[in-house]
Ligand binder design. Structure first.
Ligand code: SAH
Length: 351
C-alpha cells in the first residue's frame, strides 16, 4: 500500500500541487491543473512549464498506472486497458466504450473484490487492495486521453469495473468530486453500481452530488440472492430496499436494478413477478437493466438465451416496469460486465 497516497500526481489536491510548485505564480498552477484535467496532458506535454519544473513535478508526484496491455474489440470501439499499480503486483482494468453519441469509461475501484459473487470473474479471483482517489482518477484521465486522439470527449463514467465501489466509498467519492468538479463531467452522467452495501448507500445519500445509483439485485427473494450475491446474508433485501428508499428521498434520482440473466436460475415468470414488485415499490419505479450473463471461468451455468431475455423484459413491462437489455461490449477480450479479472487466476468452487 502506498503509505502516502497524496504523493502521486492524481491524488494531489490543488493545495498540494501549489506546495510542490512553490514560488510559481498562480496562473502557472492553473495551467498545470487545466493541462491535467481538461487537456488530459502528461506533465511533459505541458510546455508552458519550464523543463526544470516539469522534472521536479515528475519526481515529486509520480503517476500510478503503468500500461501493461491494451486490448481492442468491437471494431475498435471497445478498448480494455490492463494496468499495473505503482506498488508492483496488483493488476487492474479499465474499459473505454465508444458509442455513436457518447463515450463511456468503466473504472475499477478496488484491485480485486471481496464480495465473492460466484458468477463474476473479479469475485472469483478475490481481493487484493483498495484503490486510492488518484488511482481511480488516473484511469479516467488515461481513457480520456485515448478518446481525445479520436477527437471524442468522455461523457459518462460508470463505477462498474473491478471491485465494490461502496466498500471503498471515501476514495470513490474523492474521485467523483475530481471527475465532476475538475473534468467537468456532471454528476448526472456518473453511475455508481453496488452489490448492495447498505451503509455505503446511506453514506452516498449524504453526499452533495446527485450521482446515479445502480443496484446489482440479480434475485428478488432472500434465499436465491443469498446464493448468488453472498453479501445479501449481511444486508438482506428488506434492508437494501429501505436504504434505496432513503436514497431516493434525498436524491430524487431514479435507481436502476441490474439483473444478470442466468438460465433456469433467475429468469422464470416467478422471478419477473418478484422483481417487478420490488421495482414498483420504489417511487419513481426502478429501471431494470437486464445483462445477458457473460461467461467466466469459475461459473458453469449458462446465460439465458436472447429469446428468454426478451420474454423476461416483456413480463416486466406487462407489469409496468421499464427494462432495457444491456448491450454487451468486448466479450471476446473479456471486457464485458463481470469478466474483469486482470489476468488473475480464479478460484474454482464446486457448484
Ligand atoms: N461490485 C459492483 C460493481 C460491478 S458492476 C456491483 O456488484 O454492482 C458490474 C455489473 O456486472 C454488476 O451488476 C455485476 O453483478 C454484473 N456482473 C457480474 N458478473 C457478470 C457476468 N458474468 N455477466 C453479466 N453481468 C455480470
Amino acid at each position: 500500500m502506498n503509505d502516502n497516497p497524496r504523493r502521486t500526481l492524481y491524488d494531489a489536491s490543488g493545495a498540494h500541487l501549489s506546495e510542490v510548485m512553490v514560488g510559481e505564480p498562480a496562473y502557472r498552477i492553473k495551467q498545470m491543473w487545466s493541462g491535467l484535467y481538461e487537456q488530459f496532458q502528461e506533465v511533459d506535454q505541458i510546455t508552458t512549464l519550464s523543463t526544470a519544473l516539469r522534472q521536479r513535478l515528475n519526481e515529486e508526484l509520480p503517476t500510478s498506472l503503468k500500461l501493461v496491455r491494451e486490448s481492442v474489440s468491437d471494431k475498435g470501439d471497445t478498448i480494455k486497458f490492463l494496468w499495473q499499480l505503482a506498488d508492483g503486483n496488483h493488476p487492474i482494468e479499465t474499459v473505454l466504450m465508444h458509442y455513436a453519441d457518447r463515450v463511456t469509461v468503466c473504472v475499477s475501484t478496488q484491485a480485486g473484490c471481496a464480495m465473492a459473487c460466484g458468477f463474476c470473474a473479479t469475485g472469483q479471483a478475490g481481493f487484493n487492495r483498495q484503490l486510492t482517489v488518484g488511482e481511480i482518477v488516473e484511469q479516467v484521465v488515461r481513457a480520456a486521453r485515448h478518446a481525445k486522439q479520436r477527437k471524442q470527449r468522455v461523457a459518462n463514467i460508470v463505477f462498474m469495473g473491478m471491485g465494490e465501489p461502496l466498500a471503498n466509498e471515501p476514495a470513490v467519492w474523492g474521485a467523483v468530486e475530481r471527475i465532476h468538479g475538475d473534468m467537468g463531467i456532471s454528476a448526472r452522467h456518473i453511475t455508481i453500481s453496488t452489490v448492495g452495501v447498505v451503509p455505503g448507500i446511506r453514506t452516498l445519500a449524504t453526499r452533495p452530488l446527485p450521482v446515479n445509483l445502480a443496484v446489482s439485485l440479480h434475485a428478488a427473494r432472500d434465499d436465491l440472492r443469498n446464493d448468488l450475491v453472498p453479501i445479501n446474508k449481511r444486508y438482506p433485501i428488506n434492508e437494501l430496499m429501505s436504504a434505496c428508499r432513503d436514497y431516493l428521498r434525498e436524491k430524487h434520482r431514479r435507481i436502476s436494478f441490474e439483473w444478470a440473466m442466468i438460465a433456469g436460475v433467475n429468469d422464470t415468470a416467478r422471478d419477473a413477478s418478484e422483481l417487478a414488485k420490488l421495482a414498483l415499490s420504489l417511487k419513481p419505479t426502478a429501471h431494470v437493466n437486464l445483462i445477458p450473463l457473460n461467461p467466466t471461468p469459475g461459473f458453469a451455468t449458462r446465460g439465458t438465451d436472447m429469446a428468454g431475455v426478451r420474454r423476461f423484459a416483456d413480463r416486466l413491462s406487462d407489469r409496468g416496469v421499464n427494462a432495457t437489455v444491456r448491450r454487451n461490449r468486448g466479450t471476446d477480450i473479456d471486457a464485458a460486465c463481470g469478466q474483469l479479472a486482470a489476468g488473475q487466476p480464479v478460484v474454482l468452487k464446486a457448484r
